[in-house]
Structures are given as C-alpha cells and as structure tokens.
Ligand binder design. Structure first.
Ligand SMILES: *Cc1c(COP(=O)(O)O)cnc(C)c1O
Ligand SMILES: [Zn+2]
Length: 511
C-alpha cells in the first residue's frame, strides 16, 4: 500500500524515526564501546558483548498499543527494507539507515497449527513457527540480515571497505553468511570453516553454491570456533558467528513476530527453542523483554530451552536449582541428529545467564525452563511431526520432544499454547531421516528405529514382464500396454484397492 493511502494518523509515524544510540556493553566488566568499530569481545576482559540503545526508554513515550498499530500497518508497506526483520527497526537497528538495510526475504515465517490428531497425541495445542522458510532455510538469516546491514552501514559511512567475513559453523551459519556476502560481493568476501564431515551435504553445498571460500577442519564445531576466534583476533576479518552481537539483534525478530502473530497476547504462551551456541535463545529472551518493557506485550511468555542429552551444557547448568551454586562446565559432545545444536561450549552462555535472570525478575516468577531430549525422541518426534504435515528439521523435532518433556515436568500445562521453533528446513537434514528409515545409525546415537515410522520406496517390477521401459528405449504396442496394466495392478494390490468397474480401460498407447 502507498504511504498516502494510510490513515492520516498513521502516515506520519509509520516510517521509523527513532534515532537510537547503540553501543556495545561487556557482560563481564560492564565497559561500553562505540559501535563504529567491529567488536566481538571486550578488549579489556574478553567477555561477550550485547548491544543496547541508550535511548531505549524513549520508545516507551509511545503507548504499547500504538506500537502494535504501527507494526500492523507497517506490514502493508511495500518498501523492501522494512518487509523483513526491520519491520521492527526501532528495536533491532535504530541507527541503520533504510538505504543500508540488506533484505533477502528473511523473517515473517509461517506459524502452522498442529492438526487435531497430533494435538491429541501430544495432549495440547501447539504450533510450529517454521524458520526453515527463510532464504537459506534456517533462522540464521535473521541474524545475518542484521549483521550484513550493519556491515553495509559501515561501508556507506566509509568506516570499512573490502571486508573479509569469516565464520565457523555447524552448517547453517555458513550457508547464511555466504548467501548475504554473495549479495554484497562488491564489498565483501566470505570464508567459512566447517567441521569435516560434521555438516550435511546440503549444508555444504550452500556456501559452495554462493561462491564462498569453504574450509573443512578436522574435529567438531568447538574446534572450528577456536580457529575462527584466532583469525578474528590476529587478522582484519569480520567475525559472523553469534559472538557478533549484531546477529543477536536480528534474531530478536523471532520473538517480535510471535507477539504480532498472536495479536500481542502472550497469556498462556510457551515458546520452545533448541539450544546450540545459545544465540537463538539469547535473542528470544531479549526480544520478549524489550516488547515487555515498552508495554507492547503485557505478559512474558514461558521459554523452554531444549538440548540433546548428547550436547547439554546449558541444561546441566540449570539443573542446579540454587543459583549461587551454579557452575558452567563445557561438555564433550557426542554425535547428535540435532547436529546444528551439537555444541559443548556455547559462546552465548554468559548472555543466557544474564538474560534468564533478568527475564524471571521482570516476570516476577520463574518463566524460563530447560529440558533435555534423547536422540531417539528427537528423531521419533521429528518424523511424527512431518507425518502430520510439518516440515520440521531435526532441531524442530528436538523442540517437540522438549515440549513433551516440559509437559511431563509440568513446566507447561495442557491449557498452554506452545510455539515450537523449527529452526531449519527438513530437507537440510534428510540424511538423518534416511539413516532412520534404513536403520543405519551408528551405535553412538543410540537410536532404534520404530518400524511403524519407517518409510521406504518400493520398486514395482511385475515378475511376469520380460521388458521394462528404459531411458531412450521406450516400450511400444502390446508390450507397453501390458507394462502399464500389470504395473497398475501391482500397485493396486499393494494398496489393497479393488477395481471399480470391469470393462478394460482404453489403450494408453497410440489410441
Ligand atoms: C544454529 C542452529 C541451532 C542452534 O542455535 P543457537 O543459536 O546456536 O543456539 C539450532 N538449529 C539450527 C537449524 C541451527 O542452524
Ligand atoms: Zn569487559
């Protein structure tokens, strides 16, 4: 819709005008740093950073209801820069000029309600918010849109040029970084480091297809991360891992969208999110908090973080109920089908600790919970979801397994409405589905396929036929008619359907 067609009261406020004053803040020593430089950790104490807005309180000058109206109307604008995560510009990047925004179609992913069978089976109403429907097929695009818009802002301001963007990845970060870097190829080159043979073929093909330099490194993600950290400290490179606080800002959009998707009423809502490096849950906590502080939502939804039993350092940390006794210990990961979350030493752990505390304090009760799920459950629930019309990845399966566990522990109750993060597209992880269907999991996974869930293709080749069509060598005449008839009969037999009428159908060959 054209600007001049909006109601007069909206027209003057629909375009972002809030000028934020963003700065990096260290979560260790509280030092503040200018955002005119690329910074990932505190130069004095080495802790991770978050980005805050000195003028955040000014956003409360506007009533929460008015913000809702602005966001709802803004959805009708046709300005590409504001069609993605920057619909919430004031909350995500209130100093990024519209011209610097990179928009590749990220965000505003669909929210799909479980069918009645699945709701009954799980015992409550729930939805998948499917972040696999982002341009590179994972939620990582939300953060990359923010990080690359910031890079383009630095370029436009003359503060950076010829950027070399690097990241380590469990697969999806590199797919996303390579995509956005390719779009800005005039100014940005990208290099991605992947743990050798620990990403799926689809995830490997993505950065290759986008033209990035792809390096495979022996070990697991945590090893790649150390190499990338070394590079970022000793060489002039832009780090695109979630240590980069700009990514967190962009990923907050997931929380803003849930608020908007449910008409800003977060009563009885529980958001279920898988945890790997813990950037996603950091952003979701931060996003809901910002909307709560500005009165856009009146309740903070419950947040349930899920980890696999094979990579569960965050879950373990919160197992200790006395906060003063909690101690973070990295874990050595074991192979996991939730491979994108297979991380033993999450970079964003200090952010999680800080935000969980703040979240519960603002909610005035415990609203953030952590559960773990077995590899078996992750696979079983992924397949169950997809056999009921979803396109959940293995991490989406982890969310559903986590919901079942949260119900069992009464963190969530039957009358709540759960929103499950399926963080990527099912197709990225189809190799795990194959392994399940073909019963090929190595022992470490500890997965025993449920025969009822297995689905494999069946070759139909009736024994009584001599010849079958080959590419470039079709059958003809009576031979072809027999092939069609016998193959159809064979399929009908397998499907246990009987003929509806006895007359021979017309010949399918040459009339
Ligand atoms: C990165 C990723 C995760 C883990 O998210 P974190 O922010 O690292 O906790 C989960 N699922 C998918 C598909 C991912 O790509
Ligand atoms: Zn510091």
């Amino acid at each position: 819709m054209r600007l001049e067609h909006f109601p007069e009261t909206i027209r003057s406020i629909i375009m972002p005008s809030h000028q934020g004053e963003l700065y990096y803040q260290c979560l260790g020593c509280n030092a503040e740093y200018s955002i005119d430089q690329l910074l990932y950790t505190c130069p004095s104490c080495n802790q991770v950073l978050l980005i805050f807005d000195k003028k955040f309180d000014e956003l409360s000058h506007r009533d929460g209801k008015l913000w809702q109206t602005i966001f709802d109307y803004r959805k009708m604008l046709t300005i590409p820069a504001l069609k993605g995560i920057y619909l919430y510009h004031e909350f995500i990047g209130p100093m990024i000029p519209i011209e610097s925004i990179v928009y590749l179609g990220e965000g505003h992913t669909p929210v799909i309600e479980a069918n009645s069978l699945l709701k009954k089976q799980i015992g409550m109403t729930f939805y998948f918010k499917n972040d696999g429907q982002n341009p590179s097929a994972s939620f990582k695009d939300r953060g990359m849109a923010s990080a690359f818009s910031y890079l383009q802002y630095l370029i436009h301001k003359g503060l950076a040029s010829d950027i070399l963007a690097v990241c380590a990845s469990t697969g999806d970060t590199s797919a996303s970084a390579a995509l956005y870097a390719a779009y800005l190829k005039e100014f940005v080159k990208s290099a991605v480091l992947l743990p050798y043979k620990k990403v799926t073929p689809q995830q490997l093909s993505q950065p290759l297809g986008s033209g990035a330099h792809v390096f495979e490194i022996p070990g697991v993600f945590d090893d790649c991360m150390k190499v990338v950290e070394y590079l970022s400290v000793h060489y002039p490179v832009a780090l695109l891992n979630s240590k980069n606080a700009w990514r967190i800002l962009g990923q907050e959009s997931y929380a803003y969208e849930i608020a908007q998707d449910f008409e800003y009423d977060m009563t009885d809502i529980a958001v279920i999110v898988p945890i790997g490096n813990a950037g996603n849950i950091t952003a979701i906590l931060s996003g809901f908090l910002k909307f709560f502080k500005t009165g856009i939502i009146r309740t903070l939804p419950k947040i349930i973080g899920v980890q696999s039993t094979h990579a569960n350092p965050v879950y373990r940390y919160y197992q200790e109920s006395d906060p003063s006794k909690r101690q973070f210990k990295p874990v050595v990961v074991k192979p996991s089908v939730a491979q994108a979350a297979m991380i033993g030493n999450p970079v964003s752990m200090p952010r999680v600790v800080y935000l969980v505390d703040e979240y519960n304090r603002y909610a005035d009760s415990e609203r953030v919970f952590f559960v773990e799920a077995t590899e078996q459950h992750i696979m079983d629930y992924q397949l169950l979801a997809n056999q009921n019309g979803h396109i959940a990845c293995t991490q989406g399966g982890e969310s559903l397994a986590g919901l079942v566990m949260a119900l069992e522990k009464h963190y969530v109750n039957k009358n709540d409405i759960a929103i499950l993060d399926s963080t990527a597209h099912a197709l990225k992880f189809s190799n795990f589905q194959d392994m399940y269907f073909e019963n090929r999991f190595s022992e470490e996974f500890n997965i025993c396929p449920n025969p009822k869930m297995i689905n494999t293709p069946k070759l139909i080749q009736p024994q009584d036929l001599k010849n079958f069509p080959q590419p470039g060598a079709p059958l003809t005449g009576e031979e072809f008619n027999q092939f069609v008839k016998r193959t159809a009969e064979e399929i009908a037999k397998r499907l246990q359907v009987t003929r509806t009428h006895s007359s021979e159908p017309q010949s399918t060959n040459n009339g």
